[in-house]
Each structure stands twice: as structure tokens, then as C-alpha cells.
Design a protein around this ligand. Structure first.
Ligand SMILES: *[C@@H]1O[C@H](CO)[C@@H](O)[C@H](O)[C@H]1NC(C)=O
Ligand SMILES: *[C@@H]1O[C@H](CO)[C@@H](O)[C@H](O)[C@H]1NC(C)=O
Ligand SMILES: *[C@@H]1O[C@H](CO)[C@@H](O)[C@H](O)[C@H]1NC(C)=O
Ligand SMILES: *[C@@H]1O[C@H](CO)[C@@H](O)[C@H](O)[C@H]1NC(C)=O
Length: 651
């Protein structure tokens, strides 16, 4: 008596609350899905003026593999522990909407079978709207059924929130034995399926390193919550330097942030509809007087002024837990699923976002507040739902790395060698020619064409990657653009060079020398500056390798000059003097007879050149390896190793 009136009262209340919702639909929701042909086919609740949620479902189905004609268990679970109220579930053969087999309910209090299309027990649904977190049914396939069965459910969290197409697949019997290919897709060869179902697959097991004992933030990554961190896959390895997690719970989203960098004073997450900074919703956990506080802010579009302003939270954001111990900032907070910030709607269940993570040590105390400089900002490579437990992956840095490698190869490698050849080797290998040109000229041209192509390619690559002017690395970018412009016009000038006998030739020589060397110097300074770009993630000793390169380059130039002087003095004794370097000559240019004259000490010069090329090659390769494999300074490898040792010692 009592029970019934309570149910009736609740139903009435619900009906009133959902004013406008047809009573019948509310009743249907209360007592389970009706067995109408429409519901049986679409698996949608009758109150289908509400559309299913777009994002990945927080509920999951699981089913064991089954033997032919034998029952197997199918379970609906909540991935994140929050309950559902209703569901409808069928088993179907692939490519068919007709339910097959029969269900037996274990929990007859809350669940029931219904007969779709007149076949008994082929569909299960709830029988009351109480909150459930797990429901198991026994399903028996038709006697002769062999192949893949798809369990397909719609799970209702509450009247207006439900997910369609929550599926699990199972193989019944041994499909390899039948001619029927029903449901067996080619991507799922029966052999593999059999193997995984009959063995415990020890091969794929990860070594039992218990990183997760380090921090609870890692628990549930990939199964109940979405995780994203740096370095890549650190959420699996348990060694994140910076990390976020998110999960959907009812009409709230629960976030966690962590930074283990001892320099950090804040750790922040940004939600963005594009992959660039600007117009992003930011939530930041900031250390203030040994406490951690939660704020909301907005990344201003880079034009006209880049920055971050703090915004009121309007009660949409609640700090739930935090800690700041062992240099690790951790915070957990919840945010309303659907909010409007700065006139932009953030509807987390229906929209996909790029996730931006940053940590830094500058918190602005000026009128705007907000967070300042960050030492690392990490963008997800794709946009995704914050409830998608598969998580986020960092954006690829391939293009950035290619840009670095190309510029290093061009300016440290090819340009250095090409310039040395033109300056000191005009009177060497004079006996032979390459493609009708003097050896030095042919090789100079080859190296410079290389510089030109690599530079243009690297320039295009970086603009394709950034899609905009990088304001965070202004000096590097400005130098890079000037270098590229100089490099671009240099060969065009060279093509239209005046003939060697022309009066304007010395002007050309001087200009060619000036533009080439300016480009070289600016290019090298730009590579120096790259060492300071957070994005490049170069080690702090990058600058020392560059200093080493410059020292080597200068010393070798001195030696080439000395060698040149010696041979010039000797040759001026031998014949009437001729200038070794056309451009520095105030006298008439070399006649072709003089040109063919090999200057003395060619052997020594060749030895110096071999030494120089060897040194440049070593430095270039080293720099490219560091730039491409960056960050190699990261101590994650060391930490991994230490953890491994301590785990093994205690285990
Ligand atoms: C699950 O059922 C729905 C409704 O019939 C259908 O649209 C969807 O394609 C099914 N999913 C799979 C994987 O069969
Ligand atoms: C299904 O689960 C129930 C309850 O957990 C158990 O008693 C039963 O043996 C299971 N059936 C199969 C086929 O595994
Ligand atoms: C429902 O489907 C069954 C089987 O396909 C069919 O016999 C029956 O007429 C249908 N009922 C309605 C109301 O369409
Ligand atoms: C906060 O975190 C601590 C430590 O993990 C835990 O014991 C406590 O229950 C948490 N509090 C809340 C409200 O989640």
C-alpha cells in the first residue's frame, strides 16, 4: 500500500516536473521500454523528442565469448560509477535489426524481458527507475547460431540524458567451422579471436611496475576517465610531469590537474575549439601561501594583446580537493557540464575540445590577474569529448622537428662548407672541371642550392605547422624570416651576375659576399635562439654546442686564411703576384690563365678542408639528432629506471 502510493506520488511529481512531457512517455520511462515495433527497432525511448547524447557513453556493455547454444552473461556497467535508471538491450546478428536468442533476468525486481515482434524474451529492459550501476543477464543464442552477435543497448541516465548504441560484440561457437560469414568481419580473423579467448595472452601483459602507487590521479586512466599528460603515454607509465584527467558525472564534469615540476606555481587546463592559443577557457590551480586555489580565466586572442584575464566562476566551478606536497601540485574540481563563459557556450557533453595543458611560475598580480609565463604548454593533437576515456594524445611535433632539422642542415652544414669553398678554394683543383665549371664553383653551387632548398622547405613547413605568426618566439621568427629572405634572393642575384670582366663585377662580388655572410650569421643566431624556445624543448647545453660550432668555424677560418697567406706569398715569389681573392682585389680580376694556376700548398688546404667538413658533419649530425629527439634532457628515463629498481628490490 505504502509502496504503491510512493511510486504513484513520484510518478505524478515527475510528470508535473517534466511539464509538457506526455504522461504516457513518463510512464514508459518508469516501467521500462514498451514493446512497440518502433522501440524494438530504434531502441530509443518513446520520449524521443530528446536526442541521444553525442559523446562516448559513460556506460559500457560487456559480454563473454560463448559456446554454441550455451548461455552467456551480458553486463551493463557504469564506467565512472554514477548510476543509470533505464535501458533496453537486444542481441542481434551483425547487419540485422532483428533481435535473436533469449534473455533470462537475474534481478527480477529491477529488470524484465519483453517480447519484440512477438518473440518472447528477446529484449530486456528495466522495470523501475531506481538507480542501477550494474545489471547482468544471461543470454542464450538460438540453437543453430554461429558467428558474431552484437549486443546493442540504449542506456538512460535520466529522462533527457541517454546514450544509444552502447554495444558489445561476442563470438558464438567456432565460426571457422561454418561456411557462414555472418558477422565475421575480415578485420577479426577467427584465429586471433580463438587464441585470445583460449590463452591468457601473457605476451601482451605489461611488466608489473606499480607506478600507480605513486599517485591516485593515474587510477582509472583509460577505463573510467580521460587522461592527457606529458611526456607521451605518461598516464600509462605513471611518470607525468604535467597531467589532466576528466570524467562526466551527471551534469558535472570532474577534472584533476597535476604538475610535478618543482618550479611550478600553477597548473592550468584550457579548452579550445582550435589548436592555437587565444579564446580558450582556462581553469587554473594556483599555489597561494601554501594553499591551492582554483580560478577561471580566459586566454585573450594574440591580437592585439596576448594574455590571460581572470573571470568570475559564477558558482560553475568548485574546488573539491587539492594538495601541494613534494613539489607536486594536485587539484580536483568539478565544473557544470553546460556553461557560458565570455559569451561562448561550453557544453561539454555535446562538444569536442582541444585540451591545452600548461604549468608555469608566473601568476600576475596586476589588475587582470590570470596566469603568466608557462614553461610548458601542451596541446592535444585532436579534439575530443572530455568524457571519452580513451583520453587525449599530444599534437605531433613532426613538422616542428623537420623545420629544425632542415635549418640546421642548411646553415650549420651546407652553408658553412659552401662558403669556405668559395672563399679559399678558387685556386685548388684547377686542373679539373665539373660540368664545365671550376670545381670550387660547381661545389659551391651544389651546397648553396642545398641551403636554398632546405631553407625554403623549412620556412614553408613552420608556417604550415603554426598557421600563424608565432608571437611567443618573436626574435627567432624575425631572424628566421630575414635569413630566409636573404637566402631566397641570393641565387637570383647570382644568376644575373655581371661577366668577370665587367666593371660592375666587384660590386656584385662584394654584395654576394655581404648578403651570403649576413644570412649565414643571422641563421646561426636564429638557431642559437631556438635553444630558448619552450616549444623546441632543447636541452640547456644546446647553447654550448652552438658555441663550440662557432669556435670551430672561426678557428678553421683563421687557419684557412693563414694557409692562404702562405701560399699567396709563395706564389707571388714564383710569378707576378695574383690576388687570391677576387673580391678583395683592387687590381684587375684574374685572367683565365691565372685562374687555371693551382696555388701552392694545395695539399695542406685539402687536408684542412677534410678536417673542416668532418667537424661540420659531426656537429650538424649531433644538432639534428638533439633537435629531432628532443626533449632528451627529460629525466623521465632516469625516474623510470629508479622506480624500476626500487620496485624490484621491494618485490
Ligand atoms: C544499435 O542499434 C541502433 C538502433 O537500432 C542502430 O542504429 C545501431 O546501428 C546499432 N549499433 C550496432 C553497432 O549495430
Ligand atoms: C552468469 O552470472 C550468474 C551470476 O553472477 C552466475 O550464477 C552464472 O553462472 C553466470 N552464467 C554464465 C553462463 O557464466
Ligand atoms: C510489428 O512487427 C511484426 C513482425 O514484423 C508484424 O507482424 C506486426 O504487424 C508489426 N506490428 C505493427 C503494429 O506494425
Ligand atoms: C581528498 O584527497 C584525500 C587524499 O587523496 C582523500 O583522503 C580525501 O577523501 C579527498 N577528499 C575528497 C572530498 O574527495
Amino acid at each position: 500500500m505504502m509502496d504503491r502510493s510512493v511510486v504513484a506520488a513520484t510518478a505524478l511529481l515527475l510528470a508535473v516536473l517534466l511539464a509538457g512531457g506526455p504522461q504516457e512517455a513518463v510512464r514508459a520511462f518508469q516501467i521500462g521500454a514498451p514493446n512497440s515495433n518502433k522501440t524494438c527497432t530504434t531502441l530509443l525511448p518513446r520520449h524521443s523528442d530528446n536526442v541521444p547524447r553525442a559523446g562516448p557513453s559513460p556506460f559500457a556493455l560487456s559480454a563473454a565469448q560463448g559456446a554454441r547454444g550455451e548461455p552467456l552473461n551480458v553486463t551493463i556497467t557504469s564506467r565512472q560509477g554514477f548510476p543509470y535508471k533505464g535501458f533496453i538491450l537486444q542481441a542481434r546478428a551483425a547487419d540485422d535489426l532483428m533481435p535473436i536468442g533469449t534473455f533470462v533476468v537475474h534481478d527480477s525486481q529491477n529488470t524484465q524481458t519483453i517480447a519484440c515482434f512477438g518473440e518472447d524474451h528477446n529484449t530486456v529492459t528495466h522495470s523501475n527507475p531506481s538507480e542501477k550501476t550494474s545489471t547482468t543477464f544471461e543470454w542464450t543464442p538460438p540453437v543453430d547460431f554461429n558467428g558474431q552477435v552484437i549486443f546493442n543497448a540504449t542506456v538512460v541516465q535520466d529522462y533527457s540524458t541517454f546514450w544509444q548504441g552502447v554495444v558489445a560484440k561476442a563470438l558464438i561457437g567456432d565460426p571457422a567451422l561454418t561456411g557462414s560469414t555472418a558477422g565475421i568481419s575480415t578485420t577479426q580473423p577467427p584465429l586471433t579471436t580463438q587464441r585470445t579467448s583460449t590463452t591468457n595472452a601473457p605476451v601482451t601483459m605489461k611488466p608489473a611496475i606499480n607506478y600507480r602507487a605513486l599517485s591516485p590521479i593515474y587510477i582509472g586512466c583509460g577505463s573510467s576517465k580521460a587522461c592527457f599528460g606529458y611526456p607521451n603515454d605518461c598516464d600509462v607509465d605513471g611518470n607525468c610531469n604535467i597531467m589532466m584527467t576528466s570524467l562526466e558525472r551527471g551534469d558535472k564534469y570532474i577534472f584533476e590537474l597535476m604538475s610535478t615540476d618543482p618550479r611550478s606555481l600553477y597548473v592550468a587546463i584550457g579548452l579550445s575549439t582550435d589548436q592555437w592559443m587565444g579564446d580558450d577557457l582556462v581553469m587554473e590551480c594556483v599555489v597561494i601561501n601554501s594553499e591551492v586555489k582554483l580560478f577561471q580565466s580566459w586566454n585573450i586572442r594574440p591580437n592585439p594583446r596576448k594574455g590571460n584575464t581572470r573571470l568570475p566562476t559564477n558558482g560553475n566551478l568548485q574546488l573539491m580537493n587539492y594538495s601541494h606536497v613534494d613539489n607536486t601540485i594536485y587539484c580536483q574540481f568539478e565544473r557544470d557540464a553546460d556553461t557560458t563563459v565570455n559569451d561562448v557556450r561550453f557544453n561539454l557533453p555535446t562538444s569536442q575540445y582541444y585540451v591545452l595543458l600548461a604549468h608555469g611560475d608566473e601568476v600576475k598580480e596586476d589588475g587582470y590577474g590570470g596566469v603568466g609565463y608557462h614553461f610548458r604548454a601542451l596541446f592535444s593533437g585532436q579534439q575530443g569529448f572530455l568524457s571519452d576515456v580513451t583520453g587525449f594524445k599530444a599534437a605531433s611535433k613532426l613538422l616542428l622537428r623537420l623545420h629544425g632539422a632542415f635549418m640546421i642542415a642548411a646553415w650549420i652544414g651546407a652553408a658553412s662548407i659552401g662558403i669556405v669553398l668559395a672563399r679559399y678554394f678558387k685556386q685548388t683543383w684547377t686542373g679539373s672541371q665539373l660540368c664545365g665549371k671550376d670545381q670550387w664553383f660547381a661545389w659551391h653551387r651544389i651546397f648553396m642550392v642545398l641551403v636554398w632548398s632546405l631553407t625554403i622547405a623549412a620556412f614553408v613547413i613552420i608556417f604550415v605547422d603554426l598557421k600563424s605568426w608565432a608571437s611567443s618566439s618573436k626574435n627567432h621568427a624575425i631572424l628566421g624570416v630575414i635569413t630566409t629572405a636573404l637566402a631566397f634572393f641570393q641565387p637570383i642575384g647570382a644568376i644575373f651576375r655581371p661577366s668577370p670582366d665587367s666593371r660592375r663585377r666587384p660590386i656584385f662580388n662584394w654584395l654576394h659576399w655581404f648578403v651570403g655572410n649576413s644570412a649565414h650569421i643571422l641563421g646561426i643566431v636564429a638557431i642559437f635562439l631556438a635553444g630558448q624556445l619552450p616549444k623546441a624543448e632543447l636541452p640547456s647545453w644546446w647553447i654550448w654546442i652552438m658555441v663550440g660550432y662557432v669556435a670551430f668555424h672561426v678557428i678553421m677560418h683563421l687557419m684557412f686564411s693563414v694557409a692562404g697567406c702562405i701560399s699567396e706569398r709563395q706564389s707571388s715569389k714564383r710569378i707576378n703576384s695574383f690576388p687570391l681573392k677576387e673580391m678583395s682585389s683592387s687590381r684587375t680580376p684574374l685572367s683565365s690563365a691565372e685562374r687555371r694556376q693551382e696555388a701552392p700548398h694545395a695539399c695542406f688546404r685539402k687536408f684542412l678542408l677534410a678536417l673542416y667538413i668532418f667537424g661540420i658533419l659531426v656537429i650538424t649530425i649531433a644538432l639534428i639528432v638533439i633537435a629531432v629527439l628532443a626533449p632528451i634532457e627529460s629525466n623521465s628515463t632516469i625516474t623510470n629506471f629508479q622506480n624500476w629498481i626500487s620496485t624490484n628490490r621491494s618485490g
